[in-house]
Design a protein around this ligand. Sequence first.
Ligand code: PLP
Length: 367
Amino acid sequence: MKVPLLDLNAQYKPILNEIRTAIEELFLTHKYILGPQVKKLEDKISDYCNTTYAVGCASGTDALVLALKALEIEKGDEIITTPFTFFSTVSCIHRVGAKPIFVDIDPRTFNIDPSKIESSITSKTKALIIVHLFGQPAEMDRIIDIARKYNLRVIEDDAQGLGSKFDGKTAGSFGDIGTLSFFPSKNLGAMGDGGMCITNNETLYNKLHQLRIHGENPQYFHKWVGLNSRLDTIQAAVLLVKLPYLERWSKERQKNAEYYYKNMNDIPQIKLPYIHEKATSIYNQFTLIAEKRDDLLKHLKANNIGCAIYYPKPLHIQECFSYLGYKMGNMPIAEELADKVISIPVYPELTQIQQNYIIDTIRKFYN
Ligand SMILES: *Cc1c(COP(=O)(O)O)cnc(C)c1O
């Protein structure tokens, strides 16, 4: 049996005709840049996330850069974030000339540990970038309390957490700006790159709007140096077709996760993902902590089971950030987990037969 980590064939098959029709409509209008589908999608996504506004852009990475620029983060500012995340969370800080300050993670949730944030705050700290890793929101109640106390801005990197909830409130709607990615493998993926910022703040919304078109307002008059970063109309058209299915897909991911919890919790060599009592995960990934992880990875691959390491090297010790002066040992929990985590298939179309095969294959490896 073959089980991919994500099955885009299975995802697209039932909606391919709808998508074809949506794309063909573009041949009648040729509004490829900021066509009406973009605004329509922005309205639907802000509804879905319970925010007032949304601004589409070219990628999740650009959404983070736009968010930092909108908050006027610049050279000399310090931004607190997690070392255990995708590269973009931190590269955006470097790109606006600010300095990333890393805070280690909670070993259970893999998200930033709120109890370690305050000791890293200095007079230069301007903002926090909080990641909702693998689909589980970070502890936003404690994080927002800290941000209020020290008057810090909060960006939520919600690339993996679209529609997840903490204490009943939607991820991405807690802070000043939430950022989304529509990279094809995200829970809501486009047929190419795409991203979005969400916010409840009208001033930030207007700024983000201008920043994505070179900071101009009106046309050819530039108050800021912005980016050229729009969500393509064609991607918005595809996403408008897919968005109505997202809730169902998330429920199916949750159902698949439940099946693992029920049928795989007796293997002593692996730990299943811990979900905080106030959090609802949308399981962008189902990530185990596994003994003999590298051998397990080989064993699963040899048995045609898709799996991956997110992430093999924490960001504080990446070569490109060596100028920051962090060393191995500075973020012990992130470093340990980088050697122990492995993500296995949890995508919505996964069948019970496939899940049983995955569970059996893992069981056999440890027996
Ligand atoms: C995917 C991802 C991004 C970047 O999104 P792109 O659309 O690929 O630029 C940023 N942060 C996290 C946590 C991600 O998973």
